[in-house]
Design a binder for this molecule. Structure first.
Ligand SMILES: Nc1ncnc2c1ncn2[C@@H]1O[C@H](COP(=O)(O)OP(=O)(O)OP(=O)(O)O)[C@@H](O)[C@H]1O
Length: 621
């Protein structure tokens, strides 16, 4: 099947996505701009009509559904009718080119596809035509200057600069397999990634270039280094992206990539141990994220989405690239070193962002502020993923903004596997229902589905067919790959349960579940109870060894600002414990509490309970 006939056979998708996958057109338009001109250019601002429609928040309670604009209105029927057919050849760069073509023919309004700002007041907006053209130049840099060939691998470690998006699309165009990394990586991590991925090229900025140079001699596969300097500097042993960009040709033919050949390699967050390298194909992420963009994010070409994920994680591919652009939406980026809740709220008040995707931690920090002081009326759809979302946080956000946060659940190994889709009545604390195309179940050790209300392993049925979005393997690690499959299932490493109505509830990562005196206790439930206490800003709950119960629940707590100077900590501990006993089943209350200034987190902001637990057990062994 050719690209032209690559069609998503989902009832509601057929018309639209068939157009998206239609022929790409190669065009040539002279660009007089240098890089710096581009960065500071204000090409256009979306007209008021082009911004997302204002939402009238009529949902007084969580129970009310919202009208989905692009996804489905009837969950069961939508799932039943969903088909995602994989053609023999597929390349997402053609989707970008197709939107570019639609802009020319006015089928898509002339509005940004990428809207970028930084902390210094710089702003940039590119439409799909510009994205298509600039990424063709970068594809030529990769092939002609870096000497990369179809199938070669490149590690890309860039902060949230516009070049990250160009390099992503350029790698697709050239058939180069991209492995993204976060700028927080140090030399040792970079060495590990370069070696594990076998990359022949590294693309990075000034800061990380230093770290690469400390280890590059130990990477025999690494042939070429491409510097994307923010300051315009050059560096010995590195190709200069800026210079090459100015000279690169605009003519480029998209590589003919098979749907099932490797496209990207993602390192997992390392929440539970050393990061694993999950391999995805052109189809698994390029096509699989139709579910993310259309059904969960519910995006249209008129939407502006802000996903705050770091460029180094799979989540960025979810909601910063494939999900939005398959729908023709605009990706908004704020290039900043650190998440600042007040700055975030200010941006939401001034930029017409319609859809926000951010982890629970960010919501937890934002609700510490008086939300009524910000005009958040343009926000229409808000989602959360990466960690479980506490119902208390949801309630406070709802009280302050009128908006319901809808959860999504997925991994680097998958696309969105489960979500609180807009057509579903929300149940706070639940992750929603399985995504279209995903047969996500709760199973026991013998691969039998467990009864509603009973805890088990969250697992995706992969036989007779795995869902399109599933990874192919952990690179060069057949043992680990085999270890995550059980019978007909891919076992996700998380524990959960399903209620009578088919909603899924996250209990905890398999390793984080606490076994105390015969009870199984998920940390999330205890943390959700704790955060309802006014003294608790954030917490992490782990097991601690106990000679009678085997293990007990221990909570590490960051106090909220008004409690930081409290002296009677014993009294406060008792009060918090009593509160938990009243809020959830008493056996779950934390018998031990320790107040801390901060919690260990992965660079993607997830709490590393494994670190606290290990220290706890080492301390007492
Ligand atoms: N909505 C959610 N609720 C609860 N947990 C979630 C949610 N979304 C994602 N997660 C957690 O994040 C995990 C996926 O994250 P990711 O692929 O980045 O790697 P990781 O599991 O954090 O790291 P590692 O596998 O290296 O330990 C899921 O398996 C789950 O544990």
């Amino acid at each position: 099947m050719s690209l032209h006939t690559a069609v998503l056979k989902c009832e509601q998708l057929i018309h639209r996505v068939a157009q998206v996958f239609a022929t790409s057109t190669s065009r040539s338009r002279r660009l007089g701009n240098t890089y710096h001109d581009l960065r500071h250019s204000k090409t256009f601002l979306p007209s008021p009509q082009a911004t997302a429609p204002r939402c009238i928040h009529t949902t007084a309670a969580y129970g009310t559904r919202e009208v989905s604009r692009t996804g489905f209105d009837d969950y069961e029927a939508g799932r039943r009718n969903f088909r995602l057919e994989v053609p023999e050849y597929f390349n997402f760069a053609n989707v970008v080119d197709d939107w570019a073509q639609k802009e020319k023919t006015k089928e898509r309004a002339d509005q940004p596809a990428l809207w970028w700002i930084d902390d210094h007041g710089n702003q940039l907006q590119w439409n799909f035509q510009q994205l298509a053209e600039y990424s063709k130049k970068v594809a030529n840099i990769l092939q002609a200057s870096c000497g990369l060939r179809h199938g070669d691998r490149a590690v890309v470690i860039l902060p949230r600069v516009p070049e990250w998006w160009l390099v992503n699309i350029a790698c697709l165009r050239a058939g180069v397999v991209l492995s993204p990394g976060t700028t927080q990586l140090m030399s040792k991590d970079i060495l590990h990634r370069l070696r594990m991925s076998g990359a022949s090229c590294v693309i990075t900025d000034d800061v990380t270039a230093d770290r690469v140079d400390q280890v590059s001699a130990q990477c025999p596969d690494l042939k070429v280094k491409l510097l994307v300097s923010e300051t315009g500097q050059t560096r010995e042993g590195w190709l200069d992206y800026r210079q090459l960009f100015r000279e690169a040709s605009l003519q480029h033919e998209v590589a003919k990539t098979r749907s099932l050949e490797p496209m990207q390699l993602f390192f997992t967050s390392g929440t539970t141990g050393a990061p694993k390298m999950a391999e995805h194909t052109h189809a698994s992420y390029g096509l699989g994220h139709v579910i993310t963009g259309r059904y969960w994010l519910d995006l249209t070409p008129n939407d502006v989405i802000w996903n705050m994920s770091d460029t180094g994680w799979a989540k960025s591919a979810y909601s910063n690239l494939f999900g939005p652009w398959v729908q023709g939406a605009c990706v908004f980026i704020h290039h900043t070193a650190k998440f600042d809740p007040v700055e975030t709220l200010k941006i939401l008040s001034t930029v017409p962002i319609s859809t926000m995707c951010t982890p629970p931690t960010a919501y937890r920090m934002m609700i510490q502020n008086d939300l009524s002081g910000y005009d958040l009326s343009r926000l229409e759809h808000v989602v959360s993923a990466g960690e479980p979302l506490n119902p208390e946080v949801m309630a406070e956000w709802k009280a302050g903004t009128g908006l319901t946060i809808r959860e999504g659940y997925g991994q680097s190994e998958t696309c969105l596997a489960c979500g609180m889709f807009r057509c579903l009545d929300v149940r706070p604390g639940s992750m929603g229902k399985p995504a279209p195309g995903y047969d996500l179940r709760v199973i026991d050790d013998k691969c039998q589905e467990v009864q509603p209300g009973k805890e088990g392993d969250l697992a995706i049925k992969v036989k007779p067919q795995p869902p399109v979005g599933l990874f192919t393997r952990y690179l060069d690690d057949p043992v680990r790959t085999a270890g995550v499959f059980r019978g007909d299932y891919y076992v996700m490493g998380d524990r959960g349960l399903r209620d009578e109505d088919g909603y899924l509830w996250f209990v905890g990562r398999a390793d984080d579940v606490i076994l105390s005196a015969g009870y199984r206790i998920g940390p999330f439930e205890v943390e959700s109870a704790l955060i309802e206490h006014p003294a608790v800003a954030e917490s992490a709950v782990v097991s601690s060894p106990d000679h009678i119960r085997g293990e007990v629940v221990k909570a590490f707590i960051i106090l909220s600002p008004s409690y930081r100077d409290v002296r009677q900590t014993e009294e406060l501990i008792k009060d918090i414990q009593e509160h938990v006993k009243k809020t959830t089943a008493p056996y779950k209350y934390p018998r031990q509490i320790e107040f801390v200034e901060e919690l260990p987190k992965t660079v993607s902001g997830k709490i590393r309970r494994v670190e606290l637990r290990t220290k706890e057990w080492e301390k007492k062994s």
